[in-house]
Design a protein around this ligand. Structure first.
Ligand code: C2E
Ligand code: MG
Ligand code: MG
Ligand code: MG
Length: 292
C-alpha cells in the first residue's frame, strides 16, 4: 500500500513536471514567433532625482501581449528566453530600440536623460557582448555615458571574473553599470565593493516598509551610506507613495523609480508625461520631519 501511494506521488510529480515542460515549450515557441513578427515592445519608466524632482533617466522594460496567451510578464518569459538562447537576439533588439528612443528624446528636448537597459547574464556571457554593445551605440549615435546597463549579481555566480572583465571594458567606454535588485537573493556587500558599478538599485522589498518601519529605514540608510562611501549612487525601486519618497530623500537615496512617479510608459506617452511632471514636480520633495 505504501508502495502504491509512493508510486502515485511519483506519477503526480512527473505529470506536474511534464505540464511545466509543455508550458515552457509553448511559451518559447510563441516567443520565437513574436520575435520574428516584431511583436515585443518596450515601455519606459522614469527615474527622478530626489534633490530637485527632475527626470534623470528612464528604464526600458520589455512588454509582450501574445494573441493566444494574452499579456505575458517578463518574469515568466525572460527565463525561458535565457534557457533557449533567444535572449541574445532579443536583448540586442531591446538595447538598440532603447538607444534609438534615448536619441529621439534628446532631439525632443530631454537631452541629458540616461537610458537604463536590463541585461541578462546569458548576454553578458557572449564572447562578443562588449563589441556588440559598442557597435549599437555607434550605429544609433547615443553617447556611451547616456547608457546604463542593469545587471543582477545572482546571474554572475560562476563566471564572476569574466563578467568583471567585460563590465570594466564597458565602464572604460563610458557606459554606466547598475546593480539591479540589490537586497534579494544572493546579494552581498562584497559585490557592492568588487563589481565595477556606478549605481546600486535597492529592490522594492527594501522600499515597501521604509516609511513605516524603523528597521527597514536603518537597512536603507546604512546601505546608502556604504554605497556613497564607495562612490556608487543609489536608486530606490518600486516607490509607490509620497511618504516613501520623503523618507528616501532624507536617507540620501539619489533617484526614485516607481508608480509614485509613473508606471512604465509606452514610447508615445513619454512627452506627455514629461510635460505633466513639470507641473506636478515643483511641490516635491515635501520634507516632512515626522517621517524619519
Ligand atoms: P526589474 O529590472 O527589477 O524591473 C522593475 C520591475 O518593477 C518592473 O517589472 C516594473 O514594471 C516594476 N515596478 C516599477 N515600479 C513599481 C512600483 O512602484 N510597484 C510595483 N509593484 N512594481 C513596480 P516588469 O516590467 O514586470 O519586469 C520584471 C523584470 O523582468 C525586471 O525587473 C527585469 O529583471 C526583467 N526584464 C524586464 N525587461 C527586460 C529586458 O528587456 N531584458 C531583460 N533581460 N530583462 C528584463
Ligand atoms: Mg531593472
Ligand atoms: Mg530591479
Ligand atoms: Mg527584477
Amino acid at each position: 500500500r505504501a508502495k502504491e501511494s509512493g508510486r502515485g506521488r511519483i506519477c503526480t510529480f512527473t505529470a506536474d513536471m511534464n505540464r511545466n515542460v509543455v508550458e515552457r515549450m509553448r511559451l518559447l515557441s510563441r516567443a520565437r514567433l513574436a520575435f520574428d513578427r516584431q511583436a515585443f515592445t518596450l515601455h519606459y519608466q522614469p527615474q527622478v532625482a530626489t534633490s530637485d524632482g527632475r527626470v534623470r533617466g528612464f528604464e526600458a522594460l520589455i512588454r509582450w501581449t501574445d494573441s493566444e496567451l494574452g499579456p505575458v510578464s517578463p518574469d515568466r518569459f525572460i527565463p525561458v528566453c535565457e534557457d533557449s538562447g533567444l535572449i541574445v537576439p532579443l536583448g540586442l533588439w531591446v538595447l538598440e530600440t532603447a538607444c534609438i528612443e534615448a536619441v529621439g528624446l534628446a532631439c525632443r528636448g530631454a537631452g541629458g536623460v540616461t537610458m537604463s537597459v536590463n541585461m541578462s547574464a546569458v548576454q553578458l556571457a557572449q564572447h562578443d557582448f562588449v563589441p556588440r554593445v559598442l557597435e549599437i551605440l555607434s550605429r544609433t549615435g547615443l553617447p556611451p555615458h547616456r547608457l546604463e546597463l542593469e545587471i543582477t549579481e545572482s546571474q554572475m555566480i560562476g563566471s564572476l571574473d569574466a563578467a568583471i572583465g567585460k563590465l570594466n571594458a564597458l565602464r572604460q567606454a563610458g557606459i554606466h553599470i547598475a546593480l539591479d535588485d540589490f537586497g534579494t537573493g544572493y546579494s552581498s556587500l562584497t559585490y557592492l565593493r568588487t563589481l565595477p558599478i556606478n549605481t546600486l538599485k535597492l529592490d522594492k522589498a527594501f522600499i515597501d516598509d521604509v516609511h513605516r518601519r524603523p528597521d527597514a529605514r536603518s537597512m536603507v540608510s546604512s546601505i546608502s551610506r556604504i554605497a556613497h562611501d564607495l562612490s556608487r549612487s543609489v536608486v530606490a525601486e518600486g516607490v509607490e507613495e509620497a511618504a516613501q519618497w520623503e523618507a528616501l530623500s532624507l536617507m540620501g537615496c539619489d533617484l526614485i523609480q516607481g508608480y509614485f512617479v509613473s508606471r512604465p510608459l509606452p514610447a508615445d506617452r513619454i512627452d506627455a508625461f514629461l510635460t505633466a511632471w513639470e507641473e506636478r514636480r515643483p511641490g516635491l520633495p515635501v520634507i516632512r520631519h515626522d517621517v524619519v
